[in-house]
Design a protein around this ligand. Structure first.
Ligand SMILES: Nc1ncnc2c1ncn2[C@@H]1O[C@H](COP(=O)(O)OP(=O)(O)O)[C@@H](O)[C@H]1O
Ligand SMILES: [Mg+2]
Length: 507
């Protein structure tokens, strides 16, 4: 439903500006939301979405600008103040007390009379709200007993119980399963149909198209567009959000596979609990080829990457690089054999957060010239090396000396990618290389992988994103309970077939 222009917006934000030290987080932002609509607030990481909504929910004060609620200008001093005006927000990090029940959390912080409230009656009212909005949750359950999805429902119920008619959700689907996300979409729609105004923050284009009536796009603190979703496309939204053309379908050149680079034969290994995780895995990857590994998480993907990179012992079988046996070698020996690794957990294993970008980029090159002059590290050569990679891989950083932890997720991933790709001379093991990245960063990572393939690299791509596998891989192997249930050429694969194989069916 698009708003009738004669309606009065529930909220008008006018000229909102918010500065943090060194950052203009919101730059004269205008935003309207109407009763009866779901509005998506779309933008890349760091665009200023959370800041803007923290202002609307009374958590931050704007440096400039005005907030008008149902036609009346107001000043919000606190979240409590905002909720008194009917505005409530579900934050990315929930604000629930683990040791209290659902009903207790809901009344917590209400006026002191709240505590003489009959909890049983609160429970009944909650159950009624839960049924009306499709938010099933047990009022007597303790928060610590609940899943993340259930805790989110409690946060929403808390706002509904307090009579919010403007509901803000900050990246609500980030913590949900696809089914839970679909249920949430129904709930948001239901709330809008009852006349509430709903704002949800996201950086996912599919969600904007599926959930929202209108979308406001933020880029670098400014509103770049507000559009009805029916009158726009994912491609247009991506362009507005990123500020350049984003290709959803990267064209893959015909494959020219060369020699066999990686050979895995009858590989077996145990998981952390000492149970079989890999039960006889065999495959080969050639120069100029991407082999994708599909599968539901926990079917041996992690163990496979770890065995190949020397982080986990094999109990049987072989790993060979250019015919040379590297089974059960150390990580250092694996690197020397030409294996690079983009780990699934970027900050855990990929980067040293407190070290400068330059050191993180050089971590695999510093033992060799030109960075090493005998036993001494050449600091100037290090900076030159880092600057070259920063430019080539479009890493946005104030400089090579900046600690890597201050970079955005997308730029951290580009740093890992830059380091691993330049270190590698044989094979790249890429584990969930685009997980958690926004569209712009995802595209540039994928494009880089394809470029490397075209230049002759052999890549093992482990991903839970079937679209990613279908786009990038030449062949796709499906892992199920530690075995490869089949390997299909990408041209013959589609999501349905892969989905069946991921469930263990041979098709
Ligand atoms: N409390 C804060 N202190 C300093 N800088 C902040 C704070 N909150 C956000 N920022 C900065 O403001 C900008 C916008 O951040 P944010 O609103 O969180 O973006 P988004 O939610 O769109 O990812 C970023 O550059 C971020 O680093
Ligand atoms: Mg945010």
């Amino acid at each position: 439903m698009s708003p009738d222009p004669s309606d009065l917006p529930a909220v008008q934000m006018r000229g909102i500006t918010k500065r943090f030290p060194g950052v203009l987080a919101n730059d004269h932002v205008d935003l309207d939301v109407y009763p009866g609509e779901v509005l998506a607030l779309l933008g890349e990481n760091g665009a200023g979405k959370s800041t803007l909504m923290n202002i609307l929910s009374g958590l931050y004060r704007p440096d400039e600008g005005q907030i008008i609620i149902h036609g009346r200008p107001i000043h919000l001093r606190s979240p409590r103040d905002a909720i008194a005006h009917g505005i409530g927000m579900v934050h990315q990090h929930f604000m629930l007390v683990e040791s209290l029940t659902v009903a207790e959390n809901v009344v917590l912080g209400l006026d002191s009379t709240g505590f003489v409230l009959n909890l049983k009656q609160v429970g009944e009212e909650l159950a009624a709200l839960a049924a009306r909005y499709g938010l099933p949750v047990d009022p007597d359950a303790y928060i610590w007993q609940l899943s993340v999805g259930e805790q989110q429902r409690v946060e929403i119920l808390k706002l509904l119980y307090r009579g919010a008619d403007v509901l803000i959700l900050d990246e609500p689907t980030a913590v949900l399963t696809p089914q839970e996300a679909a249920d949430l979409a129904t709930t948001l729609r239901q709330m809008a149909d009852e006349g509430k105004a709903v704002i949800f923050i996201t950086h996912k284009l599919d969600e904007v198209m599926a959930f929202a009536d209108r979308v406001t796009v933020l880029r670098a603190g400014r509103v770049v567009a507000t559009l009805p979703t029916q009158e726009t496309t994912k491609a247009e939204l991506a362009r507005l959000m990123v500020g350049r053309e984003v290709l959803f379908h990267l064209s893959k050149k015909a494959r020219r596979p060369g020699r066999v680079v990686l050979e895995v034969e009858e590989l077996e290994a145990l998981n952390d609990k000492g149970l079989p995780a890999l039960r006889g895995i065999s495959f080969t990857i050639h120069e100029g080829e991407i082999l994708g590994i599909a599968g539901v998480a926990g079917n041996g993907q992690r163990e496979l990457a770890e065995v190949i990179t020397g982080l986990r012992p094999a109990t049987r079988g072989h790993v060979r690089v250019y015919g040379r046996e590297i089974t059960n070698s150390s990580p250092r020996q694996a690197i020397e054999a030409g294996i690079s690794h983009i780990p699934g957990d970027r900050l855990g294993m990929g980067l040293v957060p407190n070290l400068p970008v330059s050191d993180n980029l050089a971590m695999k090159a510093y033992r060799r010239p030109p960075l090493a002059r005998g036993p001494i590290l050449d600091q100037q050569a290090l900076y030159r090396f880092a600057r070259r990679l920063i430019e080539a891989f479009r890493i946005v950083t104030p400089g090579p000396e900046t600690p890597v932890k201050l970079l955005s997720g997308g730029n951290q991933q580009r740093a890992v990618l830059a380091r691993e790709i330049t270190a590698g001379r044989g094979i790249l093991i890429a584990v969930h290389p685009t997980r958690g990245l926004d569209v712009g960063a995802t595209e540039s990572v994928r494009r880089t992988l394809l470029e490397q393939r075209d230049q002759g690299a052999a890549i093992l791509l482990i991903s839970e994103d079937l679209d990613e596998l279908l786009q990038l891989a030449d062949r796709i192997a499906v892992l199920f309970e530690g075995r490869i249930i089949g390997i299909v050429p990408a041209e013959e694969a589609d999501t349905e077939r892969l989905g069946l194989m991921m469930a263990g069916q041979v098709v």
